[in-house]
Each structure stands twice: as structure tokens, then as C-alpha cells.
Write a protein that binds this ligand. Structure first.
Ligand code: GCW
Length: 687
């Protein structure tokens, strides 16, 4: 069968390099599978299919109870008797629940590459690791490794609706739902599971956090049968299925007159519901909950706390090993712009900090990386480092809602890496966000990463072919946030486009510079929100200025920005020292966040001596110009990469240029009209 979509970084081609192939071939006698179970069998089949293409050979898959061959790739559990003598006790100990070891045995009589895991899950990660290492032509000795994911939860959040649409989706329709029902295109879901497993993902929430209409009923037998089939596919790849729920389900589905978490009937209703779910999906992951947020019901409706709400669900899930992932995205979305006291940036902290220590052990708080909403740049949410007794996950938005909607090239790895490397100082120096979300700083069992999906049923999954890099990078960072972002991006480029030096160099340049470029021509200095309301594409400087969403910059003829310092809304006080003082001080505040924290006069001098206004003009001219550089880098690759992909990306880059110029002109004119001050360099700013 020839599916009408690509396999992204898993599109295998013959390796072709004679020397390398020759070297590896000595170890390719056959694939020996030492375990008898479907997870290992599936992994072995994945490996076999891949190696047959890569090395252009017919490999035998041998399900053996003992290790009698001279050469081969050996798959088993670290505890398998046959591997005794090859894997030391120390190594055995070092392989965690989801981890694996790859070990080269290179003796005159025995030539093995052993891939072994502790349990059922690690083996699939291990074989994808090995396949990709081969494709990267990694030297044989460098294959030796022990890999364990740093964080226990590495979950993709789909904002897919049951009518097939995707909230903030820019790559086609849902692969899970259509016309109010669950799709039965299992091949696509299967391939999706492969893509996710290959980057170490272990959970997927397939429905939107805004749970409305039919989606409310996903947790009932009406849909559970179909869902169990999806769960079965994901299970083979080490991925658990989770569902978003509507907090008022006991009313909608159960016919109760309340969803009060302290009501006995409500509690019982959830327990019964959870029991039913597990009867269909024995390894069901749990619930993702958007409560009291943007018109979704929640415990506040009944005068209860978010701990009351989350713990009630957690109690129902606990006996089955399920978890509640509770979103911290709670704020007043009916603010009045005339109210200058309320600061939306403070909301998550204000709502949740007082609850630290009150959540059950199987509740995880899912916190957006910044205090607002996935803007092109925001400071790290001060909730990280504020809740030492609460399981925490970081939420990234892989889908490019505010970052160009997969028309603009905007690689997010560089931004995410900066966020993860931020030192919160909550336990003194070295209290990095990455150590909070991998669970190590506070010693939490549950911790991790949630990424809002950027895929749909389009031919390349992500609309913009280069946006595949964002999904790849999310998984890789979730597996190991200590990895260098350049390495993650380079691996992606090679696995996707081959190892031609020019191709790799140019694509790497494009990726690593793209977020900075986008930031320059849209809203630099941490400003944000100058987008069209609703769909959030394209410039609109005052689109949100008089709305109810709490997202104002309050610019006038003299200054712009909200004073969030201790002299203003007091938002900076939510941070630990020294950040309080740094953010509070207009001269110390990191410049890329200046307008997030301060109200700044247009004639304020930045570090490079420019006025704020001139910086704005320069930034927008430079940013729009730099899109030409992106286009140039891509044009140089004509003929070096698949023509269809080349053209698809080229079309988008040209649109990006058009739209970047619109950003430049609208924003520059906006500031010119506010200030009446022309560009020092005399460039065209429309009056
Ligand atoms: O970013 C905003 C989006 C909403 C989204 C919400 C959320 C799913 O504009 O579309 O709703 O955040 O994260 O809940």
C-alpha cells in the first residue's frame, strides 16, 4: 500500500555508503528475538523492516529461546538468561523502567549488537534509537549506550474536535475524528504511533481540552469500544491513551444536578465511569482537565478549590494507576480594560500557589511555559519553582498558534531550550526548570512535558515540512532536556533530508535563526499580543487592546508596556531572588523581555544606545529583510532535495515574506502614528 502521506524523519532509504555498510554487515547475521511477547515482536518487526531498506538485504527474524548464532542483532530483556555474561549487573541496574541498553559484542566468534530493555516499553525506543544511529552512520563503538528518559510523562495534547476540526490546527483535519465519530483509519494512527515512539513520547491525549458536545461522551461505552482500538495501537508503541474531560460530565452524562466534587453522588459517578473506562482500556492513562478556564466548568462553580476538584478525580483513577493532569491555565477572561489592577500574568500563580501540598500524589499540574499564552516570547512561568510539593509538567505549544501558523518558519527548539535552562533559584543556584519538570529537583515520580500537537491529516503531517522539526524536537527534549539544541536539530535535518553538507548546514541555519527572525518582525522585547483577535494570524496592534482577555500593552504617545514590577502590578514578586530584583530593574531586565515587565518611554535608551522607538523600527525592517536570507538558503538547495518538498516549503517562504512585510509596515506605522517621530534612517514608513 502506498499511503498518501510521508513518514517525516522515518522515511528510510538505503544507506549506500559502502564502507559503513560493510562494517555493520558483520553484525547483521539475523535478528534474534529472545522474548515471546507482542511488544518485542512488534519492535523486532520494525527493526527488520528498517534494516532491510537501509542495508538492502533480506534479514531473517529468528524467534529463539537461546543464543546460538555467531552474529546478529539480539533483542531481549536485560534479565534474559542468554544475555548474562554480556550485560553486567551494574548495567542491568542502570536501565530504568522505560530505558534500554545497546551493547556491542565484538569478538572473533561472536558479533552481536544487543538491544535490551527492562520491560515492555524500552525495547521500541531502543530499536528506533538503533535504526536512527545507523542512518546517521554512527561508528559501531559509539552505539554502546544506556538511555533512560529523564521525565516520566512525555505527552502530546491534541486539540482535536469530534467534527474533525482541530483548534489551532494548521495541518489539515484530525486523524482521530470526523463527523462526530471516531475515524477507523488505523493505518494512519499506526504510523503516527511509530513517529511518536521514535521520539520517545509515552502518552497522547487525543481530544481537545475544550470538551464540548459529543466529546463529553467519549468516556462512555458509546465511544469506548472504538477508543480501545486506538489505545491498542498506541500500546504497542509504548504510548498510553488519555482523554480530556468536561468537569460537568456528571450533569451532562449522569443527569445529576451538580458536579460538585464534594458531592457523594458526583464522586460515585466518576468512580463508576472510571471503572467502565478501564474495562475497555486497561492501561488508560488518565484525564486532562481544563477547569474554570475560558468558559469551561470547574470546582469554582461550587465554591470548591482546584485541589478539591482534581483530588476527587484522582481518587477514582488511583486504584487503576491513572493520573489527573490538571491545567494551571486559569485566569479571568472577562476582564475590563479599564481595570488596571488585575494582571493576567499573575493569575496562574495566584490560583495555584496557595494549593501547594494539597494535591493527591497522582495529580500533576500542567503549566504553560509562560504566564500568559504561548507568545513568541514570555518569561518563564513563576509557578515553576513555587510549588515544591506538587507534581508539575510544562506545557509547550508545538502548533504555531502565535508563531506563524505553519506558514512562517518558526523553529521553537531554541526558545524551549532557553525556557528549560532558566534557573528559578527556588532551591538556590542550579534550580533549573528542566530539573523541575524532569522531577529530579523535588524528587517527584510524576513530572514531564506536554506538547500541543501540530499534526493533522495533511500529506506531510505538519503543513510546513520544516515544522516537523518542532514535533521531533519536543520529543527529544522531553526525553533529555540536557541535549544540545543544535544536535537535536542537526539529527532531524539529516534523518529527514540526508547528510549532504550544504543541505544540512542551510537547513540548520534556517531552523536556528527562524524564531529570532519571526520575533524581530512581529513583537520583539516581550511585547506580544499584537495579533488579529480570534484566529491570531497577522498584525493588529490594538486587536486585543479593549477586549476582555486581559492582554493589553496600553501604548500611548509617550510609552508602551505594562508595569509588572513591584511598583506596578507586583508580578515580579512571584519570582525568587535574584530574579525579583533583576526583572524589577529596567536597566537589568533582560532586554528581550523589557516590555513584558516594564512600561517604557519611546525615547528610553536600550543597551546599544538606540531609543526604544528606533529599536522597534530597526527590528521590523531587519526581521522582514532576514526572511530573504531564509529564502536564499532554501533556494540554494534546489535540486538537492525532493522537488515536491522543495516547492511546498518554497511557496510558504514566499508567503512568509509577504506577511512579514505586512507585519513590518503595520507595526512601524502604528508606532509612527503614535509618536510622530520618523525613522532615523529615513526608510519608508507609511504615514
Ligand atoms: O492559546 C489559547 C488558545 C485556545 C486554547 C487555550 C488553552 C484550547 O487560543 O484556543 O484552547 O489557549 O490553552 O486552553
Amino acid at each position: 500500500s502506498n499511503p498518501n502521506y510521508s513518514m517525516c524523519w522515518l522515511s528510510y532509504k538505503p544507506i549506500g555508503k559502502k564502507e559503513y555498510v560493510h562494517e555493520v554487515e558483520k553484525f547483521l547475521g539475523q535478528i534474534v528475538l529472545l522474548e515471546k511477547n507482542i511488544y518485542f515482536e512488534n519492535a523486532a518487526n520494525e527493526l527488520k523492516k528498517a534494516l532491510c531498506v537501509l542495508f538492502e538485504t533480506e534479514l531473517r527474524l529468528n524467534n529463539a529461546l537461546s543464543l546460538y548464532v555467531d552474529s546478529g542483532i539480539i533483542l531481549g530483556k536485560v534479565t534474559n538468561e542468554n544475555l548474562r555474561g554480556f550485560i553486567t549487573d551494574v548495567e542491568k541496574e542502570a536501565v530504568g523502567e522505560e530505558g534500554f541498553i545497546i551493547k556491542l559484542v565484538d569478538k572473533s566468534k561472536k558479533k552481536y549488537i544487543i538491544v535490551a530493555s527492562k520491560g515492555e516499553k524500552g525495547i521500541i525506543y531502543g530499536i528506533f534509537h538503533l535504526i536512527n544511529k545507523f542512518r546517521l552512520k554512527t561508528g559501531l563503538k559509539e552505539l554502546n549506550c544506556i538511555e533512560n528518559p529523564k521525565a516520566s510523562l512525555r505527552i502530546i495534547n491534541h486539540w482535536d474536535n469530534m467534527d474533525g476540526s482541530i483548534e489551532r490546527g494548521y495541518a489539515g483535519k484530525s486523524i482521530f475524528f470526523t463527523n462526530g465519530r471516531i475515524k477507523r483509519n488505523y493505518k494512519r494512527i499506526w504510523d503516527y504511533a511509530r513517529l511518536l515512539a521514535s521520539i520517545g513520547i509515552n502518552g497522547v491525549v487525543i481530544n481537545n481540552v475544550n470538551v464540548r458536545d459529543k466529546a463529553i461522551w467519549l468516556i462512555t461505552p458509546k465511544y469506548l469500544n472504538d477508543l480501545s482500538k486506538i489505545a491498542e495501537i498506541f500500546r504497542l508503541y509504548g504510548i498510553k491513551l488519555y482523554l480530556s474531560i468536561n468537569f460537568a460530565s456528571p450533569i451532562y452524562i449522569g443527569g445529576l444536578d451538580t458536579a460538585d466534587p464534594l458531592d457523594k453522588n458526583v464522586q460515585k459517578w466518576w468512580k463508576d465511569t472510571v471503572k467502565t473506562i478501564y474495562s475497555y482500556i486497561p492501561d488508560f492513562g488518565g484525564f486532562l482537565v481544563k477547569a474554570d478556564s475560558e468558559f469551561n466548568p470547574g470546582p469554582y462553580v461550587y465554591g470548591r478549590t482546584h485541589a478539591d476538584g482534581a483530588n476527587m478525580l484522582a481518587e477514582a483513577l488511583l486504584p487503576y494507576g491513572g493520573v489527573v493532569i490538571w491545567r494551571a491555565f486559569v485566569y479571568n477572561c472577562l476582564q475590563d480594560w479599564r481595570d488596571t489592577k488585575t494582571d493576567r500574568a499573575k493569575a496562574a500563580y495566584d490560583n495555584f500557589k496557595p494549593l501547594d501540598g494539597m494535591f493527591s500524589k497522582n495529580v500533576i499540574l500542567q503549566i504553560k511555559y509562560g504566564p500568559m499564552d504561548f507568545q513568541v516570547r514570555e518569561p518563564v512561568s513563576p509557578l515553576f519553582g513555587a510549588m515544591e510539593k506538587t507534581n508539575q509538567m510544562i506545557e509547550f505549544q508545538i502548533t504555531q498558534e502565535y508563531t506563524g501558523q505553519q506558514i512562517h518558519l518558526c523553529y521553537l527548539g531554541t526558545l524551549w531550550k532557553e525556557i528549560l535552562e532558566f534557573d528559578t533559584y527556588c532551591k538556590g543556584k542550579g534550580s533549573y526548570v528542566k530539573r523541575i519538570v524532569d522531577g529530579s529537583l523535588f524528587g517527584m515520580k510524576y513530572a514531564g512535558f506536554a506538547g500541543v500537537s501540530n499534526i493533522g491529516d495533511s500529506i506531510n503531517w505538519t503543513g510546513h515540512d520544516l515544522a516537523q522539526a518542532n514535533l521531533w524536537t519536543f520529543g527529544k527534549l522531553a526525553w533529555d532536556p540536557d541535549k544540545k539544541i543544535e544536535d537535536i536539530a542537526r539529527e532531524w535535518a539529516i534523518l529527514t533530508f540526508g547528510d549532504d553538507k550544504k543541505v544540512v548546514d542551510n537547513i540548520l541555519w534556517m531552523l536556528l535563526n527562524s524564531h529570532g527572525i519571526y520575533e524581530k518582525y512581529t513583537t520583539p522585547l516581550g511585547l506580544g499580543w499584537m495579533v488579529n483577535p480570534g484566529h491570531h494570524y497577522g498584525p493588529n496592534p490594538e486587536g486585543y487592546e479593549y477586549s476582555k482577555w486581559g492582554t493589553y500593552h496600553r501604548s500611548d504617545t509617550k510609552a508602551i508596556g505594562v508595569d509588572r514590577t513591584s511598583r506596578g502590578t507586583g508580578y515580579t514578586l512571584q519570582y525568587h531572588k535574584p530574579w525579583q530584583e533583576i526583572f524589577d530593574d529596567i536597566n537589568k531586565c533582560p532586554e528581550e523581555l523589557l516590555l513584558f515587565f516594564h512600561r517604557v518611554p519611546y525615547d528610553f535608551r536600550l543597551k546599544n544606545g538606540k531609543t526604544l522607538l528606533q529599536f522597534m523600527y530597526d527590528s521590523h525592517f531587519e526581521g522582514a529583510d532576514m526572511v530573504d536570507k531564509l529564502i536564499e538558503k532554501w533556494e540554494e538547495l534546489r535540486g538537492k532535495i525532493d522537488e515536491e518538498i522543495f516547492n511546498r516549503v518554497y511557496e510558504r517562504l514566499k508567503m512568509q515574506k509577504e506577511h512579514a512585510m505586512e507585519w513590518r509596515d503595520v507595526i512601524n506605522t502604528y508606532f509612527y502614528r503614535k509618536t510622530g517621530i520618523p525613522d532615523e534612517k529615513g526608510r519608508l514608513i507609511y504615514p
